[in-house]
Design a protein around this ligand. Sequence first.
Ligand code: IMP
Ligand code: MG
Length: 178
Amino acid sequence: MKDDLKNVLFSEDEIKQRVGQLGARITHDYAGASPLLLGVLKGSFIFLADLARTIELNCEIRFIAVSSYGLASFTSGRVEFDSNLDFEIARRHVILIEDILDSGETLTALRSFISGYCPASLKICSMLDKPARRKVPISADYLGFECPDEFIVGYGLDYAERYRNLPYIASLKPEIYT
Ligand code: IMP
Ligand code: MG
């Protein structure tokens, strides 16, 4: 698995430190509230698990399943998500938790969908941002790291459902995905 990687971009220690900072900011910003952490499956599962343990608030954790990629390494531009929510959004302070902001299409679609349920507030927390690839203007309110325009894996991010379990964030060798 390691032979497929080009560079380690963010080590386990760097991630841990950054996630702790994000959790402290969220704890501060939402003091007295109980935010709803809404994880975007599947890529955010590790980030959310770590982040949630650094947030010292009585928060609720839910997930929404979204896919736009299939097995391709580029976005298909067609965002699909399960729109049957079995929980309340109205009057909640919702924080969307995502692995990476790439074209921005996924979070743009999700943000407008969630907005329709009248949350008290709606913010975006993304582990990574790849600004070079943005197609629609959107940015994270809470961001882990900016990353280069390469295909990224690890810490929840996959290529064809693999590499999610790497404890660090790395770029994949182009010959693996082209
Ligand atoms: P967007 O809609 O183009 O912003 O894409 C967002 C989704 O595409 C993310 O939630 C990821 O699941 C996936 N994605 C985008 N870039 C990468 C990458 O470099 N590695 C792995 N998954 C990615
Ligand atoms: Mg994702």
